[in-house]
Design a protein around this ligand. Sequence first.
Ligand code: PEP
Ligand code: MG
Length: 842
Amino acid sequence: MQHQDPYITLISETAPVATSTHGGRAKCLQRLVRLSLPVPQTVALSFKAVNDIAEGRLPPMAELLEPFGENPLLCVRPSSEDPDWGGPSAVLNIGMNDATHARLSAQIGETAALALYKSFIRTYSVHVERLDPDMFEDLPASGPEALSEALRAYREETEEEFPQDAGVQLSAVLKSMARAWRGTTARLLRQAKGAPADAGLGLVVQEMALGLGNEGECGSGVMQLVSSSTGLPRITGRYLSQSQHREALREDSRSLYLARDERGPSLEELEPEAYARLVEYCELMRFRLREEMQTEFTIENGNVHVLDALRVSRSSRAAVRIAVALAEDGVIPRDEALCRVDPRALNEMLHRQVDPSAERDLLGSGIAASPGAATGRLVFSAAAAQAAKARGEASILVRRETGPEDIRGMHAAAAVMTERGGITSHAAVIGRGLGLPCVVSCSGLGFDMKLERLKAADGRVLKAGDIVTVDGTNGAILAGETPLIEAARDDAFQSMMSWAWDYCDIGIRANADTPADAEVARRFDAQGIGLCRTEHMFFDPGRLTVMREMIFADAPADRRTALDRLLPMQRADFTELFRIMQGKPVCIRLFDPPLHEFLPSDRAGLRELAEALSLPLSDVTRRVEALSEYNPMLGMRGVRLGITVPEIYEMQARAIFEATIEASRDGAPVVPEIMIPLVSAKREVEMVKTRVDAVAAAVRNETGKNFTYRLGVMVETPRAALRAGEIAPHAAFLSFGTNDLTQMTYGLSRDDAGKFMSAYVKQGVFPEDPFHTLDTDGVGELLMIGAERGRAARPDLILSICGEHGGNAESIAFCRDAGFDYVSCSPFRVPVARLAAAQLRI
Ligand code: PEP
Ligand code: MG
């Protein structure tokens, strides 16, 4: 055999085996051989060799079998480039034939030898010859006829004798495994996990360590040094005497624990020496392979053999702990530990999750809009959610879609589900901000808001009060109470976050509207608030009425009176935000939504409003109708309100400046940032700026105190991006609101696109939902144009993004490349953004 030939390679310390040519398993086995671990003789077949085999060009079997000596017993396992891509199942005991059966009967006993031979005939028939597994169902399980019956069944089905030659058996196994890799299902499955279309398969042929016998302890099992669910050090695994491969892991097997365990017998007690050796091997692997490995081993007559080692499978929280522990033990550097964790995994850690091992009774699904899971009773109104909270009950708020009037209900609920909406709809944005699990666009779940019922596709009907679990991470609605696992913000998470700061070279701020959001932002070390949506402060019932009075005021003087009542409330809001953020920048967006969002639309609500304002119902109805718009997202909102009803912005500016003075008095000096939403023309900025400057001058005069502030513009319309060159001279910063910018660039309603978005993505019209993943081609081009033109006009211009894309790894990469100063995202996504940003730099 040509051992230097990478086509068929005997694995040795120096053999030319590489992951890219022979797959991860072959490479790992070579590493184990280099560590002088007792690995049985192994030969690796390269991707090219396996490809040739699939096409019928088999290597000479005699050459392949040469390293294994006379009458070998072999096992073949797949070796793809990435273990996650899977591969055909392993085939064991190749080489079993009448002669080996006779030899083994003397060596390990007649019963064990028979079981081995029979099981091989079955595997060979089903996996290689593709025969029906049922043909073995009625055969005798043991006794002298068991074998002859199995051989007869094979002969009858194939019209051939069961092959006795190891070379014939091996070539058939190799061929069937090589072809299985090309099957459509296998291909689709691995492509879904990121494998390229031409991903290769290698195979490893290994001499069997039997795990059966009667001269000392024999058996097999797996061992790892950490728990897969927590990542904490704990020797885990299973061991089964007289077994092979992964039989010890079968639920029904009577396997042992590895380390001493109160729950039952262990390998440590049964065979302490073998146990100690295994621990030693696992520790050596951890240090030298620089990873937590699960070791597959066999004990044969008391001797330990290491057959294989795989990266320990791990939950998100275990992934963080394992990476941090490896770095703390000096096994890997910190930057490598940071790169070993998928930032999205942090999102999972920060919220409760449905236990992955729990049974799921699926009622329906929608768009996973805010991660985490919660169980509660169905309620169909914000008021009912608040009532449930008052009773101490967890509730799931069901709405067609949410609006600002639902915010208090959302605060009270454990999770939210809506019939409509997309990833940037109201429910989704608020849900993410609050860390509240949310599934939107659950259109398959027949919503009957009048009768307060949901109807699942399988006909089940759910009423108010019924218990469901919302899985906002996967977009599922599950019946009843489903076991959840708690969120983890442990010391390993904290270490990882603090290391990430050392590498982050783009700022990370949080979108925070309330003191509670700001607290979360500070807890996650956000470098400031990048977007405070002030309208969310007006929905408190006490304020809502004043707000409505303001909207209904006929004369500017009446409007001012109402605004004068709102002023101290806003001032208190801002003072608190400034205090919480302790001198870090806080960017406050002036009022943005259309006014009708503050008004009721149903009859009962209108009547109530008429009573509260002492106006005739007909007047109230007329005014509400006059304020309603066909396309409110493109109507009277944002700066358009600021220009036409200037008193609102003036009140907000005053509240910000007075709060600045107050918060600076006993804390770090505050430099507020004021942001104008929905700008499309330079003149809008000039006009608002003049007014805000005038308010600042008035406050300085009245109080005798000085302060500075920055005024900036939110770029949410394509025109604002295109005209950034003439807007920038009037703005200290431009912040790209990519939610509206995506909506307007595509002409897609962010609230309604959920209805067809999944069909669009499934049919490949859009590669992804552009509200979720920044469209770097179209919307991205506008970002680049805006950034370049803005910076050309004003080199010190601060650039940022504050749409929902701000927390997304791909968008962060885009913004970093474009030279942005910071990204701003929901507080819970700050850690995700920070890790993603650190990885970009490493
Ligand atoms: C945006 O449009 O991207 C944005 C951040 O503002 P909002 O989502 O409040 O419209
Ligand atoms: Mg917007």
